[in-house]
Design a protein around this ligand. Sequence first.
Ligand SMILES: C[S@@+](CC[C@H](N)C(=O)[O-])C[C@H]1O[C@@H](n2cnc3c(N)ncnc32)[C@H](O)[C@@H]1O
Length: 671
Amino acid sequence: MRAADASTRKRARDDGDARASSPSTRDEDALWNEKFAAYYAEQRVCATTADHAAMMAAFRRPLPLTFRLNASAALVGSTLRRLEGEVLPALGDGRDAAAPKCAEWYPNRLAWQIDLSQGMSLKTSDSVAVRGLHAFLKTATETGALTRQELVSMIPPLFLDVEPGHLVMDMCAAPGSKTSQLLEMLHEASGPSETPRGVVVANDASLQRANLLTHQCKRSNSPALIVTNHQAQLFPILHDAKGKKLRFDRILADVPCSGDGTLRKSPDLWRKWNASSGVDLHTLQLEIATHALRLLDVGGRLVYSTCSLNPLENEAVVAALLKRAGGAVELVDVSKSLPKLKRRPGMKLWKVGDVFGWHNSFEETGTKRQKTIAKTMFWEASYEQFPLERCVRIFPHLDDTGGFFITVFEKKGELPAEMEATPAVDANTTYRMERANAEWNEKKRVAPVMRVHDAEIVKNIKKHFGVKEDKHLDLSSGLMTRQHSDLAGVTPKRLYYLSQGARDVLTALTKNGKNAGLQVVACGVRAFERQIVSNVDCAYRITQEGLGTVLPHLSKQIVRVRASELETILARQQDESTASRSTSRTSSDNVPEEITHEKSIKNINNVSDGCVILVPKAKSQEHEREASALAVACWLGRGARGKSLSVLASKTSGEQLLYQLRDCIARKTVG
Ligand SMILES: C[S@@+](CC[C@H](N)C(=O)[O-])C[C@H]1O[C@@H](n2cnc3c(N)ncnc32)[C@H](O)[C@@H]1O
């Protein structure tokens, strides 16, 4: 056992004591826990006393505001220009914030860090620049262009190396910041006009948190998302119709943990932390990681991560897993990935301690304590063979972040039989899992898991919108609903589109060909919505959320308009005063008043009433993608004032689209 060096610990605290120089808005005395400092000095998570002191000092400083722009958003360029050109320069004089920093290790300048002056509230600040930042963050977040996320939390998905066809599982996913990042990666890798073949299954044991995740990830408008509610360590083993195991290519196990790396964000932890914090979850973490390896395909990657510093939740879990797997998995050396990320290697040696003190071995630990202390927590000589230095440790003083731990595994072969054996499940749970589909997915109707059986519904949509199907869009098998569409007289309210991978998971079975009992909270993207109007020959309209998926496949009901015409329509939705209505119209006016150019008039006369998609004219072929990303779903109807167009997108989406349209007009990419 290593001797605790009291003087080292004292120095660590003294060197790290930032209280004298800190502003007084936070209760600085509350930002310290002697036992925490001593525990980690003894564990030697930092190699030197000075490093330990720097870590402790950094933990006492508030965390900067951080966010990430969505890389797969077609107009990410315009969001970045707005950020770098308007929002950040306004903060420029240093009064409200230190100079904003772009995280250099994150691809394409998409991750940012802003250190607001202490005590400054985004919402209620007196500063116009800070309120401008708040408004930007709010709109961009609501429209899915941006995610507020801690920098360290952005690392695990980057190490997963996701490809478009991958079946991806996020085992402990709520509230979902990493899930949305994974979805973005799946879409970005697929290309602009293609639906990814793969899926991200986002699971969480808490139904309440799974619902929160659904809400967060709705902004991704992705047909490749399934949200489930299972204990990750009991997630059903899935099989296809031929009885072959359906395994995942990529798995993220961002497991529940003591969270002591988040002290900067959650100062309450200073008071709550004790030496048993890292002990309580070790066994669950190991069970979740073990099951992750069962669900993973050979050749696949598992990323295990925690926001804890504690080796009992980190290296001890990794080493026990490697031992169990007996050579079937290896640690991936990611030292060359994200080269600008400041990191430290994993620990090769650790100790087991809790509120009762340090324990030399499992056998020496009293029976009372053995209830919480597990054998797998203890370091063993056989672990020397494992390259645990390949684990990645992030400390708050390295790059002004929280603390974090990440490990990347690759499955090289089948697991040993005793590890492969599905965890013992009691009869109640088996019964519940078998009944789950009926209970969850039909009676409660919480998720759109029923196929649209009525072929007429699909045929009608395809005909009305001139849908050209291919491997990226297959409405006949990809549309799902919450209601049985095969019952007489039922026209489901909403139709959701699911990627091929999402459908494969949703229809998967148990080994014996029974219903796999997936408890599905949400899935797919809402693509069509019922809107029955007497003179319109299709009972469904396209939603703005679904446009990204279906637009590349439509040949009818698309209207090319001038960018200025679309600008007027969107400005009117925002009640902009310049967009005033003309008063001289009558019901005989056959063209909406915003459509004034000859060619646009011809185009709008070529579509039938009902749902139409307005797309601004691209200035050249190379700007077609930008123009398509500005497409707006509208309703073309007739009222007392003649023909009119109303925007179907929400007002917030309209605001973002209007900003992006104006950006494209200024850059002359649409006209
Ligand atoms: C560290 S948080 C995950 C954060 C998330 N990955 C993100 O980036 O937003 C851990 C999550 O695990 C969930 N959880 C706890 N026990 C679980 C279990 N046995 N199986 C699955 N999820 C569990 C919690 O509800 C919590 O949402």
